[in-house]
Design a protein around this ligand. Structure first.
Ligand SMILES: Cc1cc2nc3c(=O)[nH]c(=O)nc-3n(C[C@H](O)[C@H](O)[C@H](O)COP(=O)(O)O)c2cc1C
Length: 203
């Protein structure tokens, strides 16, 4: 796999810029390892983590965006406590990023509508379910109505999925960067106050 750019450790601020560029590219590139993130939330004082797809990045707003079903546990967890962490690792550059901040949930608002209309019919099908996600099932069956087993929904059917669709917008205020290197790992951290401030640290 080839990449348009790598990380240049000449300057710590370059690392931050390259990280956001890489994230933006990951949201647009199906095969980029950072397109998958591990999103952690808090559930009754305990951590809860799951894989999500990075759908969009708003660099100026420091936002990572993913989609989910509004009936999923992570939504009620974020409503109780907005704190989140997001971890991704790229085995090509050998860089792990850990991003910490708080999340807002968008359901049936302008933000949700915009993302819904930008999404594919295949993606929308995932929100037209027989039962709420997490419900006990009697056997190993997909959570899809029979009529959608072998085709994509039309616009009218897809609208039923919109009711279940939620956009999670994670606003980042702390970013840890770690690159594994054979001759000694490199690490940096960045904190947002009213601007980004960063420094190298020992790994
Ligand atoms: C590769 C992969 C990508 C996934 N992407 C998403 C996603 O973008 N949104 C989502 O809600 N769940 C996604 N899931 C499923 C979640 O990891 C999780 O199982 C599900 O959302 C239920 O999580 P919760 O009960 O903590 O809310 C993905 C799972 C895998 C394996």
């Amino acid at each position: 796999m080839t990449r348009q750019f790598e990380f240049n450790p000449a300057n710590v601020s370059t690392i931050l810029e390259e990280t956001w560029l890489h994230l933006k590219s990951a949201a647009e590139t199906e095969t980029h390892p950072w397109r998958l993130g591990n999103l952690a939330t808090v559930s009754e004082g305990r951590p809860r983590v799951r894989t999500v797809i990075l759908r969009d990045v708003q660099t100026d707003e420091r936002e990572l965006i993913c989609y989910t079903d509004q009936r999923s546990d992570k939504i009620s967890e974020l409503k109780d406590s907005p704190w989140m962490e997001w971890v991704s690792y790229d085995p090509i550059t050998r860089v792990q990023i850990r991003l910490r901040g708080s999340a807002t949930v968008h359901i049936n608002d302008e933000c949700a509508k915009q993302h819904w209309w930008d999404s594919s019919p295949e993606h929308r099908r995932g929100y037209i379910t027989v039962s709420p996600p997490g419900t006990m099932a009697e056997s190993a069956v997909p959570n899809l109505p029979d009529y959608l087993f072998d085709r994509l929904p039309n616009d009218e059917e897809a609208q039923m999925g919109f009711e279940n669709f939620a956009v999670i917008v994670c606003r980042i205020e702390h970013l840890d960067w770690l690159q594994l290197r054979r001759n000694g790992h490199l690490a940096a951290q960045f904190l947002w106050t009213d601007k980004w401030e960063g420094h190298w640290k020992y790994a």
